[in-house]
Ligand binder design. Structure first.
Ligand code: FES
Length: 103
């Protein structure tokens, strides 16, 4: 089951195959912090993996380059939600995830 729990909100997302965490959040009606609108260039969507690192999908080159440029290092604990896919349960922390208000 590709479930992602987003802390501290407690939001639980179910991801489709190859769906990113940010795309799943948006589809569920939640906004995710971004400046580049999910083009893997700003680093704003970076999230801290708390559990399930082994269930995180492979890191694409553009994510690796942005993490290295914005954080100065790349490790499995920090991932970009606009590129992160999962193969099983993952728990991560990202502040600023919020329900999108309907107008
Ligand atoms: S939204 Fe900008 S890097 Fe992910």
């Amino acid at each position: 089951m590709r479930s992602v729990t987003v802390l501290p909100l407690g939001l639980v997302l179910e991801l489709g195959p190859d769906e990113t965490v940010m795309a799943a959040a948006r589809a569920a009606g939640y906004g995710w912090p971004t400046v580049c609108d999910a083009s893997a260039s700003c680093g704003t969507c970076v999230s801290i993996i708390r559990e399930g690192e082994a269930n995180c999908g492979p890191m694409p080159d553009d994510e690796r380059e942005t993490l290295d440029r914005t954080l100065g290092s790349v490790d499995g604990d920090r991932r970009l939600a606009c590129r992160l896919t999962v193969t099983g349960p993952v728990t991560l922390t990202k502040r600023g995830v919020h329900p999108i208000e309907e107008s």
